[in-house]
Design a protein around this ligand. Structure first.
Ligand SMILES: Nc1nc2c(c(=O)[nH]1)N[C@H]1C(S)=C(S)[C@@H](COP(=O)(O)OP(=O)(O)OC[C@H]3O[C@@H](n4cnc5c(N)ncnc54)[C@H](O)[C@@H]3O)O[C@H]1N2
Ligand code: MOO
Ligand SMILES: [Mg+2]
Length: 393
């Protein structure tokens, strides 16, 4: 059986690239860009006035002049005009181009206006270009303002819009189908018999995928009927890029999936990982159609942990264990935790007691899980481990 680290490497190495798609500014999705953003002009494009007030020539101010005749008003959105004489000023609004001949802006709070004359009140150190956002000071023309391969967020979409990008090329998200398996499972709106369960895994998994930017995931269910499962696989491998199954991958009489996939020509890269929960994890690629086949162990905690550990990308975060954990198996142990954040910037992780990987109700108050390495069996309070969140921070 392979280690968690080797399993993660195999999945990363073999995970296909799904090409790129244009994403329009109306869609505003949070996909990853596959092209850089360049400035189509210097930014700011002109010397930009930063305070509502008056614009004057600094040289006049420096010579001691404190009263200026107001000769006009410039609003944002109006083209650049000329100041006129050295003893005059223009009222200028935040965002308008600095008038030609002016190089100092004094805010309204520092002047008094009377009969068309603006008088500067109160002496203070004033320098040329005070309250002026200099042309090109943020970036020059043609500068790369966002490199490629960045996840789009609010600021980045704002930059794209400003630089005139009506659409951006992004990495295409795969078309995903989640398939639950098992004769015991019924729909959430149905009333179960004692031997039945409502399907929960595909909803939990779909929600996790959605929280990490994968929308439009389709759902399906299969009873443990081998011929039907084979037909279903043949139909769906052509329509989807990723088929994620939950259940049916262990050692049971009705765990048909691993044999069935290999019979259909899927190349197997992982069958079993030295971890708890999630030991029977299965991963392969159908190279004929470039379809990923992921078999998540059916126990609800196992399927969630495997999806988050191996598929959903989150920043590397470490958290400090608040209570000793002892786990005497030669397996990596994923322990659900509740986090608290202190003013000391330490992320604290309270481990939650969980009897087995069927006890998903114990996850209700959890924020994610810690990965406790298999090289150890004693994890003292105060030690730090990698944390995987249910939601991307
Ligand atoms: N002889 C062995 N038995 C088992 C082993 C083993 O190594 N040897 N591994 C155990 C481990 S660990 C796990 S995890 C499970 C994985 O089993 P399967 O992937 O085959 O899943 P199922 O048998 O179909 O179901 C297991 C369990 O999970 C419940 N389940 C399944 N799907 C859902 C769903 N969509 N919503 C809610 N609950 C679901 C199912 O009812 C079962 O209770 O195998 C162990 N056995
Ligand atoms: O991996 Mo199983 O998930 O230990 O129950
Ligand atoms: Mg089974």
């Amino acid at each position: 059986m392979i280690s968690v680290e080797d399993a993660a490497k195999l999945i990363d190495t073999h995970w296909p690239n799904w090409g790129e798609v244009p994403v329009t500014i109306e869609q505003l999705s949070s996909l990853t860009t596959t092209e850089p953003i360049f400035a189509d002009r210097p930014y700011p494009p002109v010397h930009r006035v930063m305070m509502d007030g008056i614009a004057i020539a600094w040289s006049t101010y420096e010579r001691g002049q404190r009263e200026f005749a107001i000769v006009g008003v410039v609003a944002a959105g109006e083209p650049r005009i000329e100041l006129g004489g050295p003893n005059s000023c223009l009222e200028v609004m935040t965002g308008c181009p600095l008038p030609k001949g002016a190089d100092l802006v004094i805010p309204y709070e520092e002047i008094q206006i009377d009969s068309g004359i603006a008088r500067i009140v109160g002496e203070q150190q004033r320098n040329a270009f005070d309250n002026i956002h200099l042309q090109g000071s943020d970036c020059p023309l043609r500068a790369e303002v966002l490199p490629s391969h960045r996840v789009l967020n609010g600021p980045r979409w704002g930059i794209a819009a400003s630089m005139g990008y009506a659409s951006l090329n992004c990495a295409r998200n795969p078309r995903i189908k989640l398939i639950s398996t098992g004769k015991e499972l019924i729909d959430p709106h149905q009333r179960p018999q004692p031997h039945q369960l409502r399907k929960s895994n595909i909803y939990a998994l779909k929600a996790s995928l959605r929280c990490h930017g994968y929308d439009g995931v389709d759902l399906d269910h299969l009873m443990d009927d081998r011929p039907r499962m084979i037909d279903h696989y043949q139909e769906n491998r052509q329509k989807y890029d990723v088929l994620i199954y939950s259940g049916g991958v262990s050692k049971g009489k009705f765990d048909y999936l691993p044999d069935l996939w290999q019979g259909a020509g899927v190349t197997r890269y992982i069958q079993g990982v030295s971890q708890r929960p999630g030991k029977p994890l299965w991963f392969g690629i159908d190279h004929q159609y470039n379809t990923v086949v992921l078999g998540l162990p059916g126990n609800p905690v196992s399927s969630l942990v495997c999806l988050h550990r191996y598929v959903l990308k989150t920043p590397v975060i470490y958290a400090q264990l608040q209570e000793e954990v002892i786990f005497r198996k030669d397996l990596t142990y994923f322990v659900p935790v509740k986090l608290t954040y202190g003013e000391d910037a330490v992320i604290r992780a309270q481990p939650l007691t969980i009897k087995n990987s069927g006890e998903f109700i114990a996850l209700a108050e959890s924020d994610g899980f810690l990965e406790l390495p298999k090289e150890s069996c004693h994890f003292p309070a105060g030690t730090c481990y990698r944390f995987f969140p249910w939601r991307s921070p």
